[in-house]
Write a protein that binds this ligand. Structure first.
Ligand code: MN
Length: 220
């Protein structure tokens, strides 16, 4: 066997062994839209890096870390609520990103409706004020993290900021939407201008998804 053939053979065996030893419990959820379809607000390149590399990396790392542990049989949400350290970081980042990517559309509903619209009017006056307060929270967050709109068991809305992989799930609050303010979410399109990234976020946020999330978990 030539040296080249031998190297190829070893590489193939390594790939097979690597895939065989880590079970792929969690898989990278496909996007509900084409990668280029949020342009010009979020570029295809940002989606490729953010979804196919950052999120895919968290999913792969999570699978690797939970293999053979008590977390291996849990749902993603159970892992987020019961773990800490590296397992928490990778599980929460997987949950946060799937939740984040699911809320966009190339043809978004531009305003909340129904029960959510009513709740926002009652607490914030109007949707522009809510957007303003969330955007400000995003700019004020030092370092990496997330800004969330959440509701509690009494249908009260609130804006919550979390650092790094942090999520309101661990505080028993139900997230309705989230702004990713990690630099990787906006740096390709806007460089250091986080405010521009947040402005773009609102252009593709599909309020239909947020209405549905509110009706499902907060409108009992
Ligand atoms: Mn991110």
């Amino acid at each position: 066997m030539s040296r080249c053939m031998k190297t190829l053979f070893i590489n193939i065996i390594t790939v097979i062994m690597t895939t065989a030893t880590v079970s792929q419990k969690f898989v990278l959820a496909p996007l509900p839209y084409y990668k280029h379809s949020l342009e010009p607000y979020i570029s295809e390149q940002t989606i490729i890096f953010h979804h196919d590399k950052h999120l895919a990396g968290y999913v792969a790392k999570l699978n690797e870390l939970i293999e053979g542990t008590r977390y291996a049989d849990m749902t993603l949400e159970e892992i987020v609520c019961q773990s800490d350290g590296a397992i928490f970081n990778n599980a929460a980042q997987t949950w946060n990103h799937q939740f984040y990517f699911d809320q966009f559309s190339p043809t978004p509903q531009s305003e909340p409706t129904g029960a959510l619209a009513e709740a926002i009017r009652g607490q914030y006056g109007n949707v522009e004020e809510l957007k303003e307060q969330m955007s400000k929270a995003g700019l004020a967050l030092f370092g990496s993290g997330w800004v969330w709109l959440v509701c509690d068991g009494n249908k009260n809305l609130s804006i919550v900021s979390t650092q790094n992989a942090g999520t309101p799930l661990t505080e028993g609050k139900r997230p309705l939407m989230t702004i990713d303010v990690w630099e990787h979410a906006y740096y390709i399109d806007h460089r250091n201008a986080r405010a521009e990234g947040i402005k773009s976020f609102w252009e593709v946020l599909d309020w239909k998804v947020i209405d549905e999330r509110f009706n499902k978990c907060c409108n009992r």
